[in-house]
Every structure is written in C-alpha cells, then in structure tokens.
Design a protein around this ligand. Structure first.
Ligand code: AMP
Length: 117
C-alpha cells in the first residue's frame, strides 16, 4: 500500500526542496541528501509505486521504458557514462529500503566499493 506522505512524494509535490538534476512531467532526478560517492543521484517516477516490483507490475510499458530511458539521459548529463557508474534499487526490508517510493540510486564519479547502498 502506497503512503503518499513519504519524503519522495513530498519532494514531487514541491513540499520538500531538493537539488534537481533533471525533471519532466513523468520523472524527477535529484541529489541524494547523504551521498555515499562523488556522484549520488536518485531517480524517481512520478507515479505512486512503493518499489521496483510495484513499478514494473502496475505500470504501462511506455511509462517503464520512459523512466529507464531518462535514467540513461541523466547518466549522460552527469558525464559518467565513460568512467562508469552503478545503478541500485533497494526494495523492502532485506534490501534496506528506507523510503517507500520506488527509486534508483545512480552512483559514480569515483570507484564504488563492493557493497555500497
Ligand atoms: P533507500 O535506502 O534506497 O530507500 O534510499 C533512500 C535514500 O534517500 C537515502 O540514500 C537517503 O540519503 C535519501 N534521502 C532521504 N531523504 C532525502 C531528501 N530529503 N533529499 C534527498 N535524498 C534523501
């Protein structure tokens, strides 16, 4: 069950500020407030979805494809395509998910350790 009082829902609504990297009507990318690498950007779709499985299971293919195409666009915008990066999505308690709105972490700008985020 989606809780629309979660932090990222409030960021989408403009109730909580964020450092925007890219936004359009469907997606928002912003800097993580507590970065674990030189580049640490979060990407979220604006649809209400708790985690990866919820996003994939309950949205149209176009919405899903568009989100991941925007992830790629942001990777290029961040200029980490050649040096490399890691994309992570934590889900549920074993996955260590803190915020219950589906999001991906884009980590880069330096070598990322074996276990991070
Ligand atoms: P996860 O553990 O995958 O749910 O990641 C949640 C991430 O959200 C963490 O890396 C937090 O540092 C980040 N975070 C929490 N609140 C904010 C906020 N207000 N603005 C930006 N990032 C946030």
């Amino acid at each position: 069950m989606y809780d629309d009082s979660n932090i990222f829902a409030q960021i989408i609504r403009g109730k909580i500020p964020c450092k925007k990297i890219y936004e359009d009507k469907d997606v928002l990318f912003f800097e993580d407030i507590s970065p674990v690498s030189k580049v640490h950007v979060l990407g979220i779709p604006k649809v209400s979805c708790v985690n990866f499985s919820d996003f994939i299971s309950n949205n149209d293919e176009k919405v899903i494809a568009n989100f991941f195409q925007k992830v790629n666009l942001v990777v290029k915008k961040l200029e980490i395509e050649k040096t490399g990066y890691r994309i992570i999505s934590n889900s549920g308690s074993d996955g260590g998910q803190e915020v219950p709105h589906f999001h991906i972490h884009i980590l880069g700008g330096e070598k990322i350790g074996p276990k991070i985020r």
